[in-house]
Structure formats: structure tokens, C-alpha cells
Write a new protein. Structure first.
Length: 87
């Protein structure tokens, strides 16, 4: 468990991305995976790292656009399957 905690801390540490940028990514991902506990935790973390509510909302919109686009792209799978079983 200590290894996971150390890895987690390293992931969110300042690097090529700032801690604030990483927190905003985490907010977006939390919304994409629809984890209410993660949303609360990473919203707090983002605010603690200096993100604004407007920045967090933009991050959520990016996640929504990607998730929505993925749903639309998967419609190709549905159409292909429907065509296959309709033959």
C-alpha cells in the first residue's frame, strides 16, 4: 500500500505540468468516470491549488466533449452490428 501512496503522490507532484494543471485534469477525469467522491476530492484539491471555478468548469466541458464524442463514435459499432444481424 505504501508503494501506491508514494506513486500517487509522485503523479500529482509538480513536474512538466503544474500541480494546478494536474488537479484540473483530475477534476475532468472524475467527471468522465462519474465518481462523486472523486469529484468532491478533486474539486477541493483544485481550489487548494489555485484553480478557479471557471477553470474547473472548462475542464469539465472538455471531459464532456470527449466522452460525448466517444459515445457518438460507438454508434458506428451499433450500426454495424444492427446491419449484421438484419441480413
Amino acid at each position: 500500500m505504501a508503494e501506491i501512496s508514494a506513486w500517487y503522490s509522485a503523479v500529482f507532484a509538480e513536474g512538466a505540468l503544474t500541480e494546478r494543471e494536474k488537479a484540473l485534469i483530475a477534476v475532468a477525469v472524475a467527471h468522465a468516470v462519474q465518481c462523486p467522491y472523486c469529484i468532491d476530492a478533486f474539486t477541493s484539491g483544485s481550489l487548494d491549488k489555485g484553480a478557479t471555478p471557471e477553470q474547473m468548469m472548462e475542464a469539465v466541458h472538455v471531459a464532456a466533449a470527449i466522452r460525448g464524442g466517444a459515445s457518438l463514435v460507438h454508434a458506428v459499432q451499433m450500426r454495424n452490428h444492427a446491419a449484421k444481424i438484419s441480413m
